[in-house]
Design a protein around this ligand. Structure first.
Ligand code: FUB
Length: 310
């Protein structure tokens, strides 16, 4: 059904509604969901898996949106590797936020100059782009990935990222510079659980942090203990910790060795986004983004959320 609707887009050159069962997108492989609620719609920012036989082949990011979490509009690819002249490969997991009339899309890419991963920032006046390189250079370049941004009620913005370590930095109000040095969040077992193997990584934290605030409590959901990954979470009384491990959200399921979470509240419901290998031909390098509606437990904990299986 999505395919036929997308044909209509080609014919009439207008954004098309697209019915979404899980996976949300059934015409291409998508990965690393990052939802953003803005002005009555959910914007879903994803990566795209291409080819994918032996490693990630990712050259562009995509945007989709919905006003009802059922019908999705395809906004195409408003940002790709060529947006960042200093990037050579690996359009990996990003996160978009809105501030002062602009949309900022933080993404990890390979830095041509160093051969290591770095984090760039795309900026646009529209949630659907086009996005341009806000800096012309990396915002952060420490070889680590998976940026996630959180703006607290007092207006202070934080950028989190990291694999194998976990970092944060306080962003300035311009959202493209920061004050102070990136700080490592201590990966204690009290904060991030206990890994069963791999003594070099004692905690469950692997990658893909996503931070938000609910009822005065800060939540960090993250991909845990590759491979395969499951999704777990920690909470804290402040955006900088101390974090307390709270357990599993989504167990190891599906046929992708990675998973990548995002949570938003929209129209009175809570939605958990993730990816798996559910499309035909799907797997670890041919992933698909999906979503489950859920309800927080009365004490604020997150219930176990299972992937759609059919
Ligand atoms: O999509 C490439 C990488 O796989 C992401 O950056 C990680 O979060 C994992 O999903």
């Amino acid at each position: 059904r999505v395919a036929s609707v997308l044909c209509l887009v080609a014919l009439f050159a207008v954004p098309a509604p697209a019915r979404a069962d899980n996976p949300i997108v059934q015409t291409i492989y998508t990965a690393d969901p990052a939802p953003l609620v803005h002005d009555g719609r959910v914007y879903l920012y994803t990566g795209r898996d291409e080819d994918g036989s032996t490693y990630f082949t990712m050259r562009e990011w995509r945007v989709w949106s919905s006003a009802d979490m059922v019908n999705w509009t395809d906004h195409g690819s408003p940002m790709n590797l060529s947006t960042f002249s200093w990037a050579s490969a690996d359009a990996w997991a990003g996160h978009t936020t809105y501030r002062n009339g602009k949309f900022y899309w933080y993404v990890p890419v390979k830095n041509r100059a160093t051969g290591s991963m770095a984090i760039g920032v795309g900026v646009s006046d529209s949630p659907t782009g086009p996005f341009r390189d806000a800096l012309g250079r990396p915002l952060v370049a420490n070889g680590e990935i998976d940026p996630a941004v959180f703006i607290d009620d007092d207006g202070q913005a934080y950028l989190y990222w990291g694999n194998p370590r976990l970092w944060y930095v306080r962003l300035n109000p311009d959202m493209i510079s920061y004050t102070g040095n990136p700080t490592q969040i201590p990966l204690t077992t009290a904060g991030f659980g206990t890994r069963t193997g791999n003594p070099s990584r004692p905690t469950l934290y692997e990658e893909a942090p996503w931070v938000y605030k609910r009822n005065g409590l800060y939540y960090m959901i993250f991909a845990a203990e590759c491979c395969a990954e499951f999704i777990a979470y920690s909470t804290a009384p402040t955006p900088t910790g101390p974090w307390t491990y709270r357990g599993t959200i989504m167990p190891r399921q599906g046929s992708s060795f990675t998973n990548h979470p995002g949570i938003v509240d929209f129209n009175g419901g809570s939605y958990f986004f993730y990816h798996n290998g559910a499309l035909p031909g799907g797997g670890g390098f041919t992933r698909s983004v999906a979503v489950e509606k859920f309800t927080y437990n009365t004490n604020g904990t997150i219930p176990t959320i299972n992937m759609t299986t059919a």
